[in-house]
Design a protein. Structure first.
Length: 46
């Protein structure tokens, strides 16, 4: 998905940040955020 975005919009500026813990990407000024979690996310149907 990310490679497709970069191919379709070459003018995008990309920043990669590796962080541990909870962050708020909106307060950091990011428009799009991709997250990898080490634990499964809770079931949203509950």
């Amino acid at each position: 998905m990310v490679n497709g975005l970069l191919a379709d919009y070459p003018e995008l500026r990309v920043e990669v940040e590796v962080v541990s813990g909870i962050t708020d990407p909106l307060s950091s000024g990011f428009d799009v955020s991709f997250v990898i979690t080490s634990q499964p996310l809770p079931d949203s149907s509950q």
